[in-house]
Design a protein around this ligand. Structure first.
Ligand code: Z5A
Ligand code: MG
Length: 211
């Protein structure tokens, strides 16, 4: 059939199941004969990603604006590869993107949502963002919060509010999935959404985020 691949992002709070579902979705698409791969942000393997990793592990202290710009730079470093791969017909399933960037930075209360969106304007726009909506009680049962900087219940509540604000700005972009369900139920719902998107975008130009 030809045409470009789809850019599909999974977003959601801690323990909502993003990484699990990204792997399952790629496997499903490949089993259907589609070219598909996963990507994740932050990508801790680059130089910028190494700084982000130090910050998240709470070792390094950085100004809120500085770490925000590093997360964004970490996406810009991947931009050429994203565009080339989509154009070659590869579908990319992405574990967090600019929406996490805005939600986690704005949740700190020192930077507003519009300022936070600025550095990510012009990135390749997703064709769809699937939001894994998990309650805090269920998230806690999935192993509790870890040791990283943002993994605290009070902070996660603020992040949730920021995600809700982003969803209300672009309702057509987002699909909300109840992530409190079993892994298999969530997988089935996501697969239904993603397979349709993959078929719909082949002839569409790649969009530009928030421009
Ligand atoms: N961050 C930022 O500030 N700015 C940015 O621009 C970006 C990110 C891109 C690290 O991200 C931090 O960076 C993150 C946001 C911030 N901080 N926080 N919080 P990360 O993506 O590296 O974080 P992670 O630790 O890999 O992912 P996660 O969000 O904590 O988890 P997840 O990927 O959503 O969940 P999971 O690993 O798939 O599943 C968690 C557990 O639950 C696991 O044991 C599963 O087996 C289980 N699970 C999953 N689904 C289910 C269901 N349905 N039922 C039962 N059990 C389940
Ligand atoms: Mg994850």
């Amino acid at each position: 059939m030809g045409g470009r691949g789809a850019l599909i992002v999974l977003e959601g709070l801690d323990r909502s199941g993003k990484s699990t579902q990204v792997i399952r979705l790629v496997e499903k698409l490949v089993s259907m004969g589609k070219k598909a791969s996963k990507m994740n942000f932050p990508d801790r393997t680059t130089t910028v990603g190494g700084l982000i990793n130090e910050y998240l592990q709470s070792g390094k202290d950085l100004d809120d604006a500085v770490i925000h710009l590093l997360f964004s730079a970490n996406r810009w470093e991947a931009t050429r590869s994203i565009r080339d791969r989509l154009s070659s017909g590869e579908t990319l399933i992405v574990d967090r993107y600019a929406y996490s960037g805005v939600a986690f930075s704005a949740a700190k209360g020192t930077l507003d949502i519009e300022w936070c969106k600025g550095p990510d304007r012009g990135l390749p726009a997703p064709d769809c963002v699937i939001y894994l909506d998990v309650s805090s009680d269920v998230a806690k049962q999935r192993g509790g919060y870890g040791e990283e900087r943002y993994e605290k219940e009070e902070f996660q509540k603020k992040v949730r509010t920021c995600f809700e604000a982003l969803m209300s700005q672009e309702p057509a972009m987002w699909r909300r999935v109840d992530a409190n369900k079993t892994m298999d139920e969530v997988t089935e719902e996501i697969e239904g959404i993603a397979t349709k998107i993959v078929d719909q975008v082949t002839d569409k130009p790649i969009g530009s985020l928030w421009t």
